[in-house]
Design a protein around this ligand. Structure first.
Ligand SMILES: [Fe+2]
Ligand SMILES: [Fe+2]
Length: 268
């Protein structure tokens, strides 16, 4: 098997039928559901930003066929994620959630202002940090019980997204390593990425909560148990990120990804 085949990033185009998902589709808990729905609101524009950040540096990978092929896979996968999450977000809008109001605020601040004020190498470093976060969340989704209580109409979308975040987890990293391998750049990207994601994720969560009719502000007990399951994985992942010599693919996650595809109902 050639190196290109062994690290191939396949672009799949599954179509999920989640229209029958109940309003509180995660653990029958409106608060836990809003946490994940809020992340879905952030995803499509965020993934398009990742694509722009990496594409900006086409000149550094166009003469590297292995990396160029992986970048194409990454772009294809992120494009599909945005497409499916946009369908999910439209369903939320059709159910009366203030999706458009959030998106107008998010686009104006994150992309018309913050992105434009950030130099390209830091946009790429921000992307690298957020790709590290999404692949960490993917490992959490596939190795802990956090999605056990998700409605079967929604679970395949989340498992599929998780698998592909694992598959392309090193692409932006490898582009940044060619552009600017300094730890300080990675650290600054991490600060910007987590700060901006935290701000907009929290804002989306708050807006979904303000407009909800369930009146629930406290999550069910399972939520705390899930947070405790996530904490050690998040902590280890953050420590890894700043460890000299770390690479996102240093651990082989291919068996986990294959198992996730089966759980998503996709033939590996
Ligand atoms: Fe994605
Ligand atoms: Fe990604």
């Amino acid at each position: 098997m050639t190196e290109i085949e062994s690290r191939r990033i396949p672009v799949r185009a599954p179509r999920f039928d989640f229209n029958d998902a109940p309003e509180a589709w995660l653990d029958d808990d409106p608060v836990a559901t809003r946490v994940v729905d809020a992340l879905s609101l952030v995803f499509p524009e965020g993934e398009r930003f990742f694509i722009r950040s990496v594409k900006h540096y086409a000149r550094v990978f166009e003469d590297d066929p292995e990396l160029a092929a992986r970048v194409r896979g990454f772009i294809g996968q992120e494009g599909r994620h945005g497409h499916e999450h946009e369908r999910w977000n439209k369903l939320l809008a059709s159910r009366g959630h203030p999706v458009e109001r959030f998106l107008a605020f998010y686009r104006a601040l994150a992309y018309d202002r913050i992105e434009k004020a950030t130099p390209p190498h830091l946009r790429l470093a921000t992307t690298v940090a957020l790709e590290h976060m999404t692949s960490t969340l993917a490992v959490i989704a596939l190795t802990t019980p956090v999605l056990d209580g998700a409605h079967p109409a929604v679970r395949p979308l989340l498992y599929w997204h998780a698998v592909e975040e694992i598959e392309h987890r090193a692409v932006a990293w490898d582009v940044l390593a060619k552009v600017d391998p300094r730890l300080s750049t990675r650290a600054l990207g991490f600060a910007i990425g987590t700060g901006v994601l935290g701000l907009f994720w929290a804002r989306a969560f708050a807006m979904l909560g303000e407009a909800s009719k369930d009146g629930r502000t406290r999550p069910r007990r399972r939520f705390g148990r899930n947070l405790r399951a996530m904490a050690p994985i998040l902590a280890r992942s953050m420590a890894d990120y700043f460890r000299p010599g770390f690479h996102p693919e240093e651990k082989d996650l291919s068996a986990l990804a294959r198992e996730g595809l089966v759980r998503a109902g996709i033939t590996p």
